[in-house]
Ligand binder design. Structure first.
Ligand code: NAP
Ligand code: G4F
Length: 320
């Protein structure tokens, strides 16, 4: 039985990856950090199936202890301060967890000395200021403290692969969403807001910049790509994306459509509090390499994903 250790298991991707690996017959360990109130919304269903270990990406020894306890074949480093907007409020903490956190996990694996395959959650935010389709060779120009921190984590993962012959891969994942997404991200903020309007709990949604375009995929499709990367003979880095871009207006239109509203504009307010000091206006990825080498393609469409998210939020809010 293969063993996997996941950092960030309480998050959206971590919980989906745990579901996926359990289905594959893995023994799964997940690192949780101490918080004043436990938030197990995404992992409640995993209790009794996954072994939870206490640790923190800011604490090197805790990572080594978790590694020894789990003795994994594969480590998936998904933990991060992952909200781009927040990274201007806490740039140092974002650098420490999102950037140096990856280094701490790599060092723990290096000191542990056993052969462990390592996955780093890299991101399309590293491309930042881009205008065309991005692939593995596109130059980076991050536009947020989060993006800069992720770029450090990306290069240190590659550097440890080249320095110590470690099996390290980076997945350059474009935006992916789903029912377990945090409510501060624009996708879930919209689907939750639409559900509230539908149930008469609210009459509008306040958003920032509506002009950006994103290449939005569905999270459960994307965790499969993470696993596939670690099953290859040689470590390599891959862009994971749908190849299609949509504006936030198109996201809104699709979400309001689920509740039968065509004229969504009268329900949306613009609020400068949600604008960013530097914006990433356009992200679209070319995952040809992943398709060719991993056999990976996304299966859930943009509209299917949004429908699932809106229906799930209506269900959660109505308690049905
Ligand atoms: P998420 O839902 O925000 O989950 C982040 C996870 O990191 C949570 O489990 C969180 O734990 C944990 N964490 C934060 N600080 C920590 C610390 N100091 N020590 C240990 N754990 C800590 O993020 P996600 O959307 O699942 O994304 C997973 C990873 O992929 C992240 O690294 C993200 O940056 C990256 N990524 C995401 C996307 C996307 O579109 N979703 C795209 C590309 C890359 P708490 O619950 O305790 O806060
Ligand atoms: O949903 P967002 O906060 O996601 P963003 O910034 O693209 O980051 C996400 O995807 C990255 C991959 O590219 C990940 F690495 C990262 O961890 C995270 O998962 O914002 C999307 C767009 C932005 O242009 C933002 O300015 O939506 C715009 N937006 C407009 N109004 C808003 C809002 N974003 C948020 N969060 N809230 C708003 O009210």
């Amino acid at each position: 039985m293969k063993k996997a250790l996941i950092t960030g298991i309480t998050g959206m991707d971590g919980s989906h990856l745990a579901d996926f690996l359990l289905e594959k017959g893995y023994k799964v360990y997940g690192i949780e950090r101490r918080t004043s109130t436990k938030n197990r919304t995404n992992i409640k269903h995993l209790e009794g199936k996954v072994t939870f270990l206490m640790g923190d990406l800011s604490d090197q020894n805790s990572l080594l202890r978790c590694l020894k306890e789990a003795d994994p074949d594969e480590v998936y480093n998904l933990a991060a301060q992952s909200f781009v907007g927040e990274s201007w409020n806490t740039p140092e903490q974002s650098a420490d967890i999102t950037g140096a956190g990856a280094l701490r996990m790599l060092e723990a694996i290096r000191v542990y000395e056993k052969k462990v395959k390592f996955y780093q959650a890299s991101t399309s935010e590293m491309f930042g200021k881009m205008e065309h389709l991005a692939n593995e060779n596109t130059k980076f120009h991050p536009r947020s403290p989060y993006g800069v921190a992720k770029l450090y984590a990306h290069w240190i993962t590659i550097n440890y692969r080249e320095s110590y012959d470690m099996f390290n891969v980076c997945g350059l994942l474009f935006n992916h969403e789903g029912e377990r997404r945090g409510k501060e991200f624009v996708s879930r903020k919209i689907t939750d807001g639409v559900a509230r309007i539908h149930l008469g709990l609210s009459d509008s949604i306040s958003l920032g910049n509506l002009d950006s375009k994103r290449d939005w995929g569905y999270a459960p499709d994307y965790v499969e790509a993470m696993w596939l990367m670690l099953q290859q003979d040689k470590p390599n880095d891959y862009v994971i994306a749908t190849g299609k871009d949509h504006t936030i207006g198109e996201f809104l239109s699709s979400a309001f459509n689920v509740i039968g509203i065509d004229d969504w504009k009268k329900y949306v307010k613009q609020d400068s509090r949600f604008m960013r000091p530097a914006e990433v206006y356009y992200l679209r990825g070319d995952s040809t390499k992943a398709k060719k080498e991993l056999g990976w393609t996304p299966t859930t469409t943009f509209d299917e994903m949004i429908t699932k998210m809106v229906k799930n939020d209506i269900k959660l809010l109505s308690g049905s």
